[in-house]
Write a protein that binds this ligand. Structure first.
Ligand SMILES: *Cc1c(COP(=O)(O)O)cnc(C)c1O
Length: 419
């Protein structure tokens, strides 16, 4: 592959116009949209309108007139289109961590009622730590045990008569490994367990069909591939077969069937709305809606299937170039397209300290990826705004940083709080 080949791919890329939706800083190749998506051009004006118009002028009336009170549902219905959920099945609310607490508590309560002998939550040791921490405390609180398997291949064997809930992240944050959601959900159900999915690295990045997969519960993140802005609200979904049965452990008034009746007793709203807790963060939801709209804009260009095809082309191109140019690195993300999310992860072959410093040296050159302890160089590919030539140029820059030993410079070896 030459640089001209990459440019030719861009010239024929049907998704190319989608890049115009973003305010990308000049001179930057941004390979961290899996950690914080790029600012959509529409967001500043929309947030300003909500601040000065809806809040500044409309004041309290905007809860009704501007539709603030149903904004979690409106944004939820939009996200639903990206993950195979139906309207009314998904809301935007709280954070991923908090939403996991809600759905895991609900799933455990359902299993406890139906099959009290089941006492295990099964997950992966390599799952994102917040997921494991939430599961650990819920397990302790409710008398369950958390069983962590070391490889994806070990999951089926852990699905036995002791398993209550299989809790997985669809795309692994460190390795980019993509699980077969439908197959694992089927295996969990066959074993008599429920399946809870974290879509943090999937929503807006890979096709997801929650209803087709018959998943039980799902949660996901608003600030990664959905471009909702730092700390954007997350989302939460439950399969309709659990309607009326799934408890909300954080029984706040916004999840009440009739919050403005101000009755003293809690009565949950009938559907997913019960997973709201307190007053929604309107400014953050307004920004999230703009972010979700950037992904929905792909619907007229082939939708998630087209985004997935481009994402795979980008990660394949980048990984292929690195294989040729960077013998110092081994690829940690799966080589098979079917098992790879929208990221490429690498680890140093010999010198572990190279990983953090190389990422820093690349950032200084305008190629933004990130580092995940202990030794992963992680590069996320958002097909909405990345070009094939960006993947090519990033590989060339990475090879230069390694060849020239640029990463050894002291300023690239000082650890910051966020890596
Ligand atoms: C990013 C991410 C989170 C983030 O959770 P917050 O509550 O938003 O901090 C959770 N789980 C996974 C798998 C993630 O990738």
């Amino acid at each position: 592959m030459t640089r001209d080949d990459a440019l030719a791919l861009d010239a024929h890329d049907p998704l190319a116009p989608l890049r115009e939706q973003f305010a990308l800083p000049p001179g930057t190749i941004y390979l961290d949209g899996n950690s914080l998506g790029v600012l959509p051009r529409a967001t500043p004006a929309r947030v300003a309108e909500v601040v000065t118009g809806e809040w500044g002028t409309g004041l309290i009336g905007s809860w009704n007139q501007a539709g603030w009170i149903t904004l979690p549902q409106r944004v939820g219905d939009k996200i639903a289109r990206l993950v195979g959920a139906a309207p009314g099945e998904l809301v935007a609310a709280d954070s991923t961590s908090v939403n996991l607490y809600k759905v895991l508590a609900a799933a455990l309560a359902i299993v406890r009622a139906d099959a009290p002998q089941r006492t295990r939550i099964v997950s992966e040791r390599s799952n994102f730590p917040t997921d494991l921490y939430i599961a650990e405390s819920l397990a302790a609180e409710r008398g369950f045990e958390l069983l962590l398997v070391d490889t994806p291949e070990a999951i089926p064997a852990a699905l036995d008569e002791r398993c209550a809930v299989l809790m997985l992240t669809h795309v692994n944050y460190r390795t980019g490994r993509l699980h077969d959601m439908a197959a694992l959900t089927r295996a969990a159900h066959a074993a008599g367990a429920l399946a809870v999915w974290d879509l943090a690295h999937s929503a807006g990045a890979v096709p997801v069909d929650l209803n087709a997969a018959e998943a039980d519960f799902a949660i996901g993140c608003g600030y990664k591939f959905l471009n909702g802005g730092p700390g954007a609200p997350a989302f939460v979904w439950a399969h309709r077969r659990h309607a009326g049965r799934f408890a909300q452990p954080l029984s706040g008034w916004m999840g009440h069937a009739a919050p403005f009746e101000f009755t003293p007793g809690y009565r949950p709203a009938p559907g997913i709305v019960r997973y709201l807790c307190g007053t929604p963060a309107i400014l953050a939801l307004a920004a999230l809606e703009c972010g979700v709209d950037t992904v929905l804009a792909a619907e007229s260009f082939g939708g998630m299937a087209a985004l997935r095809a481009k994402s795979l082309a980008l990660t394949r191109l980048f990984a292929n170039e690195l294989r040729v140019r960077c013998p110092q690195l081994v690829q940690v993300s799966p080589e098979s397209d079917a098992e790879r999310g929208s990221q490429v992860c690498l680890a140093p072959r010999d010198e572990p300290e190279l990983a953090y410093a190389t990422v820093q040296a690349l950032i200084a050159r305008g190629v933004v990826g990130d580092f995940r302890a202990p030794d992963i160089l992680r590069f996320g590919f958002t097909p909405l705004y990345l070009r094939h030539v960006d993947a090519y140029d990033a590989a060339v820059q990475l090879a230069e940083v390694l060849e020239r030993g640029e990463w050894r410079r002291p300023e690239f070896n000082r650890r910051q709080a966020v890596t």
